[in-house]
Write a protein that binds this ligand. Structure first.
Ligand SMILES: CC(C)(COP(=O)(O)OP(=O)(O)OC[C@H]1O[C@@H](n2cnc3c(N)ncnc32)[C@H](O)[C@@H]1OP(=O)(O)O)[C@@H](O)C(=O)NCCC(=O)NCCS
Length: 222
């Protein structure tokens, strides 16, 4: 991870990550979607449909002109792809241009998920693990998140018919991601707290509500 940041010239990112590893507390908002119930997401400003990442991987990872931060985000998603995770889907425009990237990792890969991400997800045999959301800068501020996430969730649910729910854990402070996940049909359920003390991580889960989230990060869910 630090190697990617060095390659992208993201020195501020490196400092932040080393400090976080020494002594920090990071909070993530857990949201769950019931895959057995229908959900209609609000339409994006552009027409979208979902395809497997394998169909458009060159385009996804070939986006040019990114900021250092976005280059690092995309590099991390490349690592997820290279690790062999299933359930990668992309919401593309009518011209097949990638507008929303996401993995919904099936339970058959729980061992790989635990190995790759650590103890970050409550894994079971019926839940898809949602990771790696990214919207290329060109498609931000176009109401893509809600419909994009909803479309890829439905495509992933079809590909893994035994799964009954999907969970995601955007950073609590990332209002765009928490709000977008809610618009994608996911309901706020848990707070995950990752505590780092001199390189040792402790992960805890507690129940929370929409009101709790709005209290902690005002204006997240309107
Ligand atoms: C998060 C993301 C998908 C949202 O895209 P979007 O729905 O088009 O919305 P925007 O980019 O306009 O962001 C919406 C809000 O979230 C904030 N935001 C975006 N990325 C953020 C981040 N990484 N951390 C904190 N806040 C973030 C924006 O500042 C904006 O705040 P505002 O509403 O107060 O202006 C997109 O910004 C993105 O791909 N970011 C980088 C990768 C990422 O953070 N992925 C989420 C992992 S769960």
């Amino acid at each position: 991870m630090l190697g990617e940041q060095a390659k992208n010239g993201d020195i501020a990112g490196i400092k932040k990550d080393v400090n976080s590893w020494m002594w920090s507390e990071q909070r993530y908002c857990g949201l769950r979607r019931d895959l057995t119930k229908p959900y209609q997401a609000p339409k994006a400003d552009i027409d979208l449909h979902a395809v497997p990442i394998e169909d458009v991987a060159d385009k996804v990872f070939g986006v040019e002109g990114l900021s250092e931060r976005d280059a690092t985000y995309l590099e991390r998603r490349r690592r997820i792809f290279d690790a062999g995770f299933k359930g990668g889907f992309v919401a593309v425009t009518a011209d097949n241009d990638p507008a929303y990237l996401q993995w919904l990792i099936p339970p058959s890969q729980n061992a790989l998920t635990a190995d790759f991400f650590g103890p970050l997800f409550p894994l079971d045999d019926e839940t898809l693990v949602v990771e790696g959301a990214w919207i290329p800068p060109t498609y931000r501020k176009a109401n893509v998140f809600g419909e994009g996430l909803s479309l890829v969730t439905e495509a992933a649910a079809k590909a893994a018919p035994d799964a009954t729910s999907a969970v995601c854990f955007p950073e609590l402070a990332n209002k765009g991601a928490v709000r977008g996940s809610a618009l994608g049909g996911y309901e706020i359920s848990h707070l995950r707290t990752d505590t780092w003390r001199l390189g040792r991580r402790t992960v805890t889960f507690t129940d929370i509500t929409v009101d709790d989230v709005n209290r902690m990060v005002p204006g997240t869910i309107k």
